[in-house]
Design a protein around this ligand. Structure first.
Ligand code: FAD
Ligand code: NAI
Length: 496
């Protein structure tokens, strides 16, 4: 009995402590305090972007040392790993974003946040010109500001290889509005297929969803789409469910090329069991309004009808990045992205750090890389500021008649310590991807080797890994709530 009483008391204590911690974090997050004002004697850091790299930098950076300005066309951070779940309504859009001000308002010194798109960077004069690209514009909608340090983290855009028809007819899955548009288009296809008198061949076309690109984005979207079919379409559109057909088109011999062979096979066999067709060694040549033109291994062209086509064929540089490269033609000659040194300093420019998907490095364009780079630059900037402060102290000590030699020596030692800035080192935590029907695949660098795992346990690991990686308690709460809502009531099939 006393054992049970002890367990009971411990459980109660845990519940009370957790509730207390929850209330504390909520209160702290909701009530940002006073902040220091901008200080003209400090250097100005301009951050372009509010994605993985920029946000992890903002979280890490000690703003006491700098005046910080953030410019991004979106006033929020998007947790991209859960974007495919938004596209079919497993998660609500607002559950996977975090307003940038929820982060910056908690910094020591006020951070200026501007919703706007950087249009150009002048690396010679160290200025950025940005523009209000929203529907509502005030008297001022474009301006130019100077920087001492520029954090260039604008990400990448969708690679289309100049293939005809993609921008006009396909949907993408890169940003939040893409997922919302996809969800609406998907339901439009379903409702149009359900329209009175629709011919069976037209129903088949409308219910054929083609995903182009067998990388993680395409695979995860196809998996989520399959769940939507099994969990919801069968219940609410029983007459149509059997017409839904998912095809995944990939130019290479297999999907998920960066995963291990065993996990590729696991994914392909799971897709086969889920009746998702994988067309490998197949290149999309043109996207038309209702059909897509593809070329298989035998070089023959064929036209496949579709209702919805999702283009997930990788990344390319944004226009602003290409313009930046053009300013530095002797050193910036990689089409893939910006070239940086091992401290992430942009080659050919002074005071510019380039991070994340906009760069061409040895690393894959992933959130893991971008966030580690952001954190690293946060640390580097702090070291640089400390070094400058110590150098100023040293200068005044050297001219002071009262300064003792040991005092000067101590400061020199400290300078040498902070001046030792190590190059960026990436630590790979593994790759995870959801493949549908509550299964996920994971390549994890554990036990000095690689652990390749797939299945339901991996799915639970996937969910817990993402929950713990979400930026805030608020996001965790919203995502858990959405998962529970879908489990209880299914996905909402109304079209917005
Ligand atoms: P982004 O996060 O894309 O941020 C770029 C920022 O710059 C955005 O805030 C954008 O609004 C802003 N911006 C754009 N243009 C301008 C401009 N002109 N001026 C100012 N700001 C601008 N990686 C993983 O490691 N694991 C995953 O599970 C994973 N899942 C993914 C799922 C999907 C659907 C997608 C699309 C990607 C996924 N990735 C994943 C990849 C990951 O999202 C990217 O590698 C990561 O976002 C790169 O971070 P970034 O900061 O360089 O760019
Ligand atoms: P990707 O570049 O990884 O894959 C795109 C695929 O499209 C390639 O396999 C390519 O062969 C194929 N392709 C290109 N053109 C084609 C054409 N014309 N016809 C047919 N196939 C064509 O792009 P993705 O999936 O968007 O990923 C981008 C980055 O984001 C990657 O680094 C990826 O690792 C990361 N990411 C990671 C995720 C995860 O870890 N779960 C999820 C999503 C993205």
């Amino acid at each position: 009995r006393s054992f049970l009483q002890t367990v009971g008391r411990l459980t109660l204590a845990t519940v009370v402590l957790s509730a207390g911690a929850f209330v504390y974090v909520v209160q702290r997050d909701r009530n940002p305090g006073e902040q220091l004002a901008h200080d003209p004697s400090k250097k100005t850091i301009v951050v372009l972007g509010s994605g993985w790299a920029a946000t992890s930098l903002l979280k890490k950076l000690d703003t006491e040392y700098y005046n910080v300005v953030v410019i991004s066309p979106h006033n929020y951070f998007l947790f991209t790993p859960l974007l495919p779940s938004v596209s079919v309504g497993t998660l609500e859009a607002r559950s996977v974003i975090q307003p940038t001000r929820y982060i910056t308002r908690h910094k020591t010194r006020r951070v200026e946040v501007y919703e706007g798109e950087a249009k150009s960077v002048d690396v010679k004069n160290k200025t950025v010109t940005f523009e209000d690209n929203s529907d509502i514009k005030g008297a001022v909608s474009t301006t130019t500001i100077p920087y001492d340090y520029l954090i260039y983290a604008v990400g990448a855009e969708n690679q289309t290889f100049g293939i005809k028809g993609i921008r006009e007819h396909a949907c993408f899955l890169k940003e939040l509005p893409d997922a919302e548009k996809l969800r609406t288009r998907l339901m439009d296809c379903v409702e149009t297929a359900a329209f009175k008198g629709q011919a069976p061949s037209e129903i088949d076309r409308l219910m054929h969803i083609i995903v182009v690109g067998g990388g993680p984005t395409g695979v995860e979207f196809a998996g989520e789409l399959h769940d939507f079919l099994v969990d919801d379409l069968h219940s609410w559109y029983p007459e149509l469910a059997n017409h839904l057909h998912i095809s995944l088109i990939e130019a290479l011999p297999n999907v998920l090329p960066v995963f291990s062979k065993q996990l590729i096979q696991y994914t392909e066999s799971t897709f086969k069991a889920n009746k998702i067709d994988i067309l490998t060694r197949t290149m999309v040549k043109e996207v038309r309004e209702k059909t897509v033109l593809v070329q298989g291994e035998n070089k023959e062209l064929r036209e496949i009808p579709y209702g919805l086509l999702v283009w997930a064929a990788g990344n390319t540089s944004r226009q602003i990045t290409r313009d930046l490269m053009a300013q530095l033609p002797n050193v910036q000659n990689q089409r893939r992205g910006l070239l940086v040194d091992d401290h992430l300093r942009l080659l050919g420019a002074d005071g510019v750090f380039a991070l994340g998907d906009c760069t061409a490095t040895l690393y894959a364009p992933t959130a893991q890389v971008a966030s580690q780079q952001g954190k690293y630059i946060g640390r580097v900037l702090e070291q640089m500021a400390k070094k400058e402060q110590l150098e100023a102290t040293l200068r005044s000590l050297r001219v002071s008649p009262d300064a003792k030699p040991e005092e000067i020596e101590a400061v020199v030692k400290q300078i040498n310590k902070v001046a030792n800035i190590k190059p960026f080192h990436y630590s790979h935590q593994g790759s995870l991807a959801y493949i549908g029907s509550e299964k996920a695949v994971a390549d994890l660098p554990l036990f000095n080797g690689n652990l390749a795992t797939g299945g339901v346990a991996t799915f639970l690991f996937w969910r817990s890994a993402y929950i713990s990686n979400l930026l805030s308690l608020r996001n965790r709460f919203l995502v858990l709530n959405d998962w529970m809502k879908v489990k209880l009531f299914g996905r909402d099939v109304s079209r917005e």
